[in-house]
Design a protein around this ligand. Structure first.
Ligand SMILES: [Fe+2]
Ligand SMILES: [Fe+2]
Length: 263
């Protein structure tokens, strides 16, 4: 099985490059399953039901999120539309699984791609981020109830150390541990010894002529004077950042992970 994982889709520029380039990426790399982090789809801040549906219409199978998931409050109602449809679009949108237990939404999706069962787990780190439940032990608990061999984890976290530690912790137990959130791709993609594909951060899918997605003048100004400023998305130098994971669907072990940056 070949899995494409797309890093944080940022605003309209990110959505547009997904629209324009995803079909050829899927074709060129013989992709079977597409996962994307969509936490910044709505002009950098959160995701609305309409934007989630747009991403699913692009043939993204599962959309993960992170700390920005509640920025657009309509998404709370969207989670509540799931009802008994355990595989509809609203159920294939995830928020980190280690949020407090009574929060709306789900942090685990289990589905089928053709005849291949797979699972996606969304986690959020705790270092330099809002405190949540322990992502390591949350992963342990979720893995106990997953029967699929192909399991992809999005670790949405700030600290490189926390992500690398989780990669080692889950090595051999999941197909891939993929870092998101910093919007800066790292060059450390590898398959760990027991068969887990790992990268500390996939990087952002959006405008690179800015500061992690925001117009650079606004962020530079904030560093200079500390005054509150309304962040607006940058527009230029749009790139799609992703990884392709090749795995054995019988065992769930990764064979290869390749980093992509497409402009
Ligand atoms: Fe993000
Ligand atoms: Fe984030």
């Amino acid at each position: 099985m070949r899995i494409l994982f797309i890093g944080d889709i940022y605003g309209r520029p990110g959505r547009n490059i997904v629209k324009e380039r995803l079909p050829e990426v899927v074709g060129d790399h013989a992709i079977d399953l597409v996962i994307a982090n969509g936490e910044n789809s709505a002009a950098g801040f959160g995701i609305t039901p309409a934007l989630a549906e747009e991403l699913f219409e692009r043939n993204i199978d599962v959309v993960t999120t992170g700390n920005h998931v509640w920025d657009k409050q309509e998404i709370i109602d969207y989670f509540q539309t799931v009802g008994t449809n355990g595989h509809g679009p609203a159920r294939r949108l995830l928020r980190p699984a280690n949020y407090p237990a009574d929060m709306p939404g789900w942090g685990l999706y289990q589905g089928m791609k053709g005849k291949i069962p797979y699972a996606v787990i969304n986690l959020q780190g705790r270092v330099f981020m809002a405190s949540n439940d322990d992502p390591f032990r949350t992963a342990d608990q979720l893995l106990q109830k997953i029967e699929a061999k192909v399991i992809v984890v999005d670790i949405h976290a700030e600290a490189t150390s926390e992500k690398i530690a989780l990669g080692w912790y889950l090595d051999g137990r999941v197909t891939a541990v993929i870092g998101t959130h910093t919007h800066v791709p790292t060059a450390d993609e590898r398959v760990l010894p027991k068969g887990t594909a790992y990268i500390t951060d996939v990087g952002m899918t959006g405008p690179y002529d800015g500061v992690i997605g925001v117009k650079k003048e606004l962020v530079v100004g904030k560093f200079l004077n500390g005054m509150p400023v309304r962040f607006e998305p940058a527009t230029g130098d749009v790139r799609l950042s992703a990884v392709v994971i090749d795995c054995d669907e019988e065992t769930g072990r990764a064979r290869n992970i390749e980093r992509l940056m497409i402009s």
